[in-house]
Design a binder for this molecule. Structure first.
Ligand code: ADP
Ligand code: MG
Length: 236
């Protein structure tokens, strides 16, 4: 079997905030890889460094020491290949749902009409096409999170990083959002990494990486998916 392509490679990557006596080591040297087709939960209590590790993988943070690289993401700009779903509300209040979903495409230079059609397709993938004309303030928390997922799908990323996507939802709605993320990742052939402190959410993913006080423990082992479940996407 062909080895699964490495999308993100963290080598002893650490992130410290502040300096000297005020320094907080949010992530101690983390060594881990995310591969095409992976479905990973990063678990751990609040403050254990989950978000910081996710932000390192998203290139939203630079490692203080060590390296993060994206060997499998060389074809398009990084921002188009890594989609991030944030924990809190992230929709733009003045734009309706279709406009919010189309925004990454419009910013990437896709003509308005094409961007809108693609946005409606993505909303349909998360069963939110009926919400297209609504404003964010009219949505429930679960609806808003589904739209945030649709917006991430618009650019067809190869990697979806979701930071506590169920953190502000009741458990039934949270389970539904995880199902939506898993189905969406399958649909576009993306790898999926979800941070969560909820064991029931973590159980839905194929791998669980545990964080404790900034350390990944035990160190994650590469995980082999069954060949039939691997994404079909060709590699460069
Ligand atoms: P988690 O997502 O598991 O709750 P975080 O990665 O958010 O953990 O935080 C890990 C540690 O780093 C915590 O002690 C937190 O207070 C600290 N931290 C996170 N972000 C910052 C920041 N921007 N400035 C200072 N400290 C931070
Ligand atoms: Mg967090």
């Amino acid at each position: 079997m062909k080895p699964q392509e490495v999308l993100v490679d963290c080598q002893d990557a650490a992130r410290t905030y502040g300096r000297a006596l005020a320094a907080v080591v949010a992530v101690h040297g983390a060594t881990c890889q995310v591969r095409a087709g992976d479905r990973i939960a990063i678990t751990g209590p609040s403050g254990s460094g989950k978000s910081t590790l996710l932000h390192l993988m998203a290139a939203l943070e630079q490692p203080t020491t060590g390296q993060v690289s994206w060997p499998g993401l060389v074809e398009r700009p990084m921002a188009a290949q890594v989609g991030v779903v944030f924990q809190g509300p992230s929709l733009i209040p003045a734009l309706d749902v279709a406009e919010n979903t189309a925004l990454p495409l419009v910013l990437a230079g896709v003509p308005d009409e094409r961007a809108r059609r693609r946005a409606l397709d993505c909303l349909a993938l998360v069963a939110a096409d009926g919400l297209a004309g609504k404003l964010p303030e009219e949505l429930s928390g679960g609806q808003a999170q589904r739209v945030a997922v649709a917006r991430v799908l618009a650019l067809r990323p190869r990697l979806i990083l979701a930071d506590e996507p169920t953190g502000q939802l009741d458990s039934a709605t949270g389970r539904h959002i995880i199902d939506v993320l898993l189905a969406a990742a399958d649909e576009i052939g993306a790898a999926l990494v979800v941070t969560t402190h909820d064991p029931a959410v973590a159980q839905r993913l194929d791998q669980r990486w545990a964080m404790h006080e900034g350390r990944l423990h035990p160190p994650p082992e590469p995980h082999r998916r069954p060949a039939a479940a691997a994404p079909q996407g060709e590699t460069s």
